[in-house]
Write a new protein. Structure first.
Length: 430
């Protein structure tokens, strides 16, 4: 979940810095004399930093002629902008936003990846990841740790008792919803409440539906405002959401409860005794909000499947995010470290500990610490369509403001699908 209010402030500061970038300001980064040191920066901190440091340690032991150091910062998004403006960037940075990579590439700060790194990406990733790491046909970024959101969670024991099967298509999901209602149980538990960020879970729902009904090309145009926010394709996608949101038989507590139920708490009704709902759509982080007794044995208690596709031509799209590593210098060791990150050797130690997913197509799923993460990783790797969270890519005034509010207004009945999307469109910076 990247929708953190503080990020909006960081993004505004970053945008202001980049706004001053002109052609005469594209000096090459200052590179110190080669001593084998490689400086890497990113937003990994705490436990995540500790796990990434183990990856760095493996590289340093394998390539003793180089010495990679990693530094994480809570203000990384702003820090990296300041450093590039001062011509003192790190050798490599882990950029969490695709738009930032593209702006840096446009400004001439990034080095196109070496042909050997490109070959490693071609060998170890599905084409979608090369596309996401490229700008104007040139590869600048490679992905390592990623996250994904397009999952439906359920109470495995309850489903087994009731004889429910995992739906593979949207029609099967609709049939399952109706069967649950006929059985006297509620299909979905949905929560939009998140303090000042209330509404963001609804944006994820709509983004998933746009990918499933309109496909990635329309999704990209929507993100970039090349089509209106309230284009017919987006209205159609929101009405698919409404078939669930606005049906009081389908939602725990009815539509009115969606706005007041906290997103983290929305998973808990599935595991009450007896369960109050049967399904919850959320990202791979939601397991951390489950009851402690459920977390104590996730594999036995929890089931998960990908939110089914709608239009067969798009398969089963996956919505998520991730960090792409980009190079600001081409000093010795940079291409070697980036190539290393494309291999499963640079991922397996973290996968075994848990808490991370990787898109590498040649990975050993058996290295994941539990069956849930293995299953999620397989869904991620097999997805033919992957896109970053749209609201995280949109201007702050939209992605972290009017979009959130619009989803709340739609669910509460204050606005129709057409009205809510039109209001959001009008908030887009002109």
């Amino acid at each position: 979940m990247n929708k953190i209010v503080m990020f909006g402030a960081c993004a505004l500061g970053a945008a202001a810095l980049l706004a001053g970038t002109t052609g005469c300001n594209k000096d090459k980064p200052q590179v110190k004399a080669d001593d084998g040191s490689i400086r890497v920066e990113g937003a990994f901190r705490g436990e995540e930093e500790a796990r990434f440091q183990e990856i760095v340690k493996i590289f340093n032991e394998r390539y003793p002629q180089y010495h990679v150091t990693y530094e994480g910062s809570p203000d990384f998004e702003v820090q990296i902008q300041v450093e590039t403006q001062a011509n003192t960037p790190p050798d490599i940075a882990a950029i969490p936003q695709p738009g930032t990579m593209k702006r840096f590439a446009e400004a001439g700060y990034l080095k196109p990846l070496d042909t050997s790194v490109v070959a490693a990406v071609d060998a170890n990733y599905a084409p979608v990841w090369k596309e996401l790491g490229s700008h104007n046909g040139t590869l600048y970024g490679i992905f390592h740790r990623v996250n994904a959101k397009s999952f439906v969670w359920y109470n495995k024991k309850e489903w087994a008792k009731r004889g429910y099967s995992v739906p593979r298509t949207w029609d099967e999901l609709c049939a399952l919803e109706d069967k649950m209602v006929a059985d006297g149980v509620t299909p979905w538990s949905i929560g939009f409440e998140s303090a000042a960020a209330t509404g963001w879970p609804g944006t994820d729902w709509l983004e998933d539906m746009v990918l499933r009904t309109a496909g990635p090309v329309v999704y990209d145009k929507w993100v970039n405002h090349e089509i209106p926010f309230d284009a017919p394709a987006i209205v159609k996608a929101l009405k698919y959401c409404g078939e669930i949101f606005l049906n009081n038989k389908y939602v725990y507590g009815g539509a009115a409860n969606i706005v007041t139920l906290n997103y983290g708490d929305s998973i808990k009704p599935l595991f009450e005794n007896p369960p109050k709902a049967m399904m919850n759509r959320q990202g791979n982080f939601i397991t951390g909000f489950m009851q402690q007794e459920v977390q104590a044995n996730l594999e036995e208690n929890v089931g998960v499947f990908a939110l089914p596709g709608i239009d067969p031509k798009w398969g089963t799209p996956v919505l998520g995010g991730g960090d792409q590593f980009v190079a600001f210098t081409d000093k010795p060791g940079v291409k070697e470290f980036l190539t290393f990150l494309t291999t499963w050797d640079a991922c397996a130690p973290w996968a075994r500990i848990g808490g991370a997913l990787f898109p590498h197509k040649n990975q050993d799923f058996g290295d994941y610490g539990n069956s849930l993460e293995r299953q999620i990783a397989e869904i991620l790797v097999n997805a033919s369509v992957f896109r970053f969270d749209a609201s995280d890519l949109m201007p702050t005034e939209v992605g972290s403001d009017s979009f959130w509010t619009g989803m709340v207004n739609y669910v509460s009945g204050a606005e129709t699908a057409e009205e809510c999307l039109k209001v959001i469109d009008e908030s887009w910076p002109r």
